[in-house]
Design a protein around this ligand. Structure first.
Ligand code: THU
Length: 139
């Protein structure tokens, strides 16, 4: 699948990787998200000497979009030099919460992309629905 909008978003994600702050891992990641508004928001990975405080590129991009008031995030793109890098587990959980319908697009190599829906990347997920059910059972 090589839809133009996916390829454009991968290019934006690649541009975002230029700002990567990854002096510990030396692994630059760029992300870009497309919203229903038509706007694109970018993010990159930002590492910290206290490693656990690192923010992945995907979450940086998502938080940028949400902070700007976006309600509907349709596509999340991820770019790395090596290619075929899919969002980590933490990012999958955050994507499911903030962009539950989203297609995820990653660069496979210089020519190809891979597209998969977040629901397929995180099956049997935990979500707000579980909390609602638990609260209802207590009432
Ligand atoms: N990283 C991302 O930004 N996104 C991913 O999908 C995988 C991992 C970052 C976190 C860290 O800065 C570096 O890559 C190595 O794990």
């Amino acid at each position: 699948m090589k839809e133009k909008k996916y390829i454009k978003l991968i290019e934006e994600a690649k541009a975002a990787a230029k700002n990567s702050r990854s002096k510990y891992s030396k692994f630059s990641v760029g992300s870009a998200v497309l919203c229903a508004s038509g706007k694109i928001y970018k993010g990159t990975n930002i590492e910290n000497a206290s490693y656990g405080l690192t923010n992945c590129a995907e979450r940086s991009a998502l938080f940028n979009a949400v902070s700007a008031g976006e309600k509907n995030i349709e596509i999340v793109a991820v770019w790395t030099k090596s290619g075929s890098v899919f969002p980590c587990g933490a990012c999958r959980q955050v994507i499911l919460e903030l962009a539950p319908q989203a297609d995820i697009v990653v660069n496979k190599n210089a020519k190809d992309i891979i597209v998969i829906n977040i629901k397929d990347l995180l099956p049997y997920s935990f979500s707000g629905k579980n909390l609602k059910r638990a609260i209802a059972n207590c009432e």
